[in-house]
Write a protein that binds this ligand. Structure first.
Ligand code: HEM
Length: 373
């Protein structure tokens, strides 16, 4: 019996390749922000818990101050891919969202609570109060949101379990278990958090708002975290690929786009890990005393490139899994309205321009030393 609901008779208003391109780019940016949040928060919690040196508290505060801003990027960069995903995969994604409806809708509450706790964490750190436990609760909540998203994104690929789940609970109160791809996929995102968190510290070590000693501390810590968790991220990526059904694994190896995206993402990652390891061994911290903006920007660029490649590969896992169940994302009627597409692209570019302007205003703002009370 066909599990997917009937296709919407209204044709798609733009070419599928364009919708997919926009989906992948915006989703990769969402992932960069998500990883900064998950990794940066855990690092700030650990630094404020162990308080190894004055520099560790300064670093914890520097991360915490930025996390509330990162959260706005997490949310704003989540909406476009959600819309594109609904257009392209609505019949699968709506079904799985309804099946776990209670948990899915709970994300809004969890998100608000996490956001409030982030402000509280930063406020307590600034006031010199014990803050690590507040940050830890926020991190656990953010990790739970990630788990729910992974649950939905894997459930949408398994139409064979939908009917049984609906029979078990039509309330949306039943969370699926038994999908071997779920936990590796969630852990991949969690490990990626600390890898991107480490690269974020390397970026921060180039800021003139840190003293030379603090820069050295931030650079050394960032390089160690990025190197260790880069290896774990790499391992988790291989794990996710290995637990896919045979037909998906075979497709990933044959389709040129996914094959090269896979090579590129693992290759980039391996390159970054090696570079960071070599730099750490060569005394990265000492280098931080001099002008350090090049490695900072390279860290940003690599983080974005790796996430784009991973997102393309992940897209392949989804398309091949759905295809195996009879859902071909390319098989839709398209009637392009070029005026609307043109207007959308103009507004999209204008939106990017406004974000660029906002970033430049922040960059030109009066600098306050991170260690200042
Ligand atoms: C603390 C906040 C958030 C965290 C930690 C988070 C984390 C994640 C993670 C881990 C994934 C990947 C799941 C997987 O494929 O295994 C993901 C995907 C996604 N997130 Fe977020 N997210 C957050 C907020 C949001 C919000 C507020 C929205 C919606 C407005 C959202 C929309 C999405 C969508 C649509 C996807 C998947 C898109 C696709 O596969 O096409 N996220 N997120």
């Amino acid at each position: 019996m066909q599990s997917f609901p009937a296709v919407d008779p209204i044709p798609l208003p733009a070419p599928i390749w364009l919708l997919k391109l926009l989906h992948i780019v915006t989703l990769a940016l969402h992932f960069v922000a998500v990883e900064m949040l998950l990794g940066g928060l855990l690092l700030a919690v650990l630094l404020s818990l162990f308080r190894g040196s004055p520099a560790s508290m300064v670093t914890a505060r520097a991360l915490a101050r930025r996390l509330t801003i990162v959260m706005t990027f997490v949310i704003n960069l989540a909406v476009p891919p959600l819309l594109f995903a609904q257009v392209l995969y609505g019949r699968a994604l709506y079904t799985s969202s309804v099946l776990i409806g209670l948990y899915w809708i709970a994300i809004i509450g969890l998100l608000m609570l996490t956001y409030w706790l982030l402000y509280s964490f930063t406020g307590r750190l600034e006031a010199g109060k014990s803050a690590w436990w507040v940050g830890l609760i926020a991190w656990i909540l953010a990790g739970s949101i990630a788990r729910l998203l992974s649950t939905n994104m894997t459930l949408m690929l398994r139409p064979e379990v939908w009917r049984k789940m609906y029979s078990a609970s039509a309330m949306g109160a039943y969370l699926p278990t038994g999908d071997p791809t779920l936990t590796p996929r969630w852990l991949l995102m969690m490990a990626g958090g600390l890898f991107i968190g480490g690269l974020w510290l390397i970026y921060l070590s180039g800021r003139s708002t840190f003293t030379a000693k603090e820069k050295s501390f931030v650079a050394v810590l960032g390089s160690k975290v990025a190197a260790v968790f880069g290896l774990i991220y790499l391992g988790a990526g291989v794990w996710v690929a290995l637990v896919q059904p045979q037909i998906v694994k075979a497709g990933l190896l044959v389709d040129p786009l996914y094959k090269y995206a896979g090579f590129a993402s693992y290759g980039w990652l391996a390159l970054v890990v090696c570079t960071v390891l070599v730099s750490a061994a060569a005394g990265f911290g000492k280098l931080a005393n001099v002008q350090f903006s090049l490695p900072s920007w390279v860290a940003v660029l690599l983080a974005v490139l790796i996430e784009i490649m991973f997102t393309v590969y992940r897209d392949g896992v989804r398309d091949l899994s759905l295809l195996a169940s009879g859902y071909n994302v390319w098989d839709r009627v398209v009637v392009t309205n070029w005026w609307v597409v043109g207007l959308f692209l103009v507004l999209f570019v204008a939106g990017l321009g406004v974000i660029g302007w906002l970033v430049s205003v922040v960059a030109r703002a009066r600098k306050v030393m991170e260690g200042a009370a």
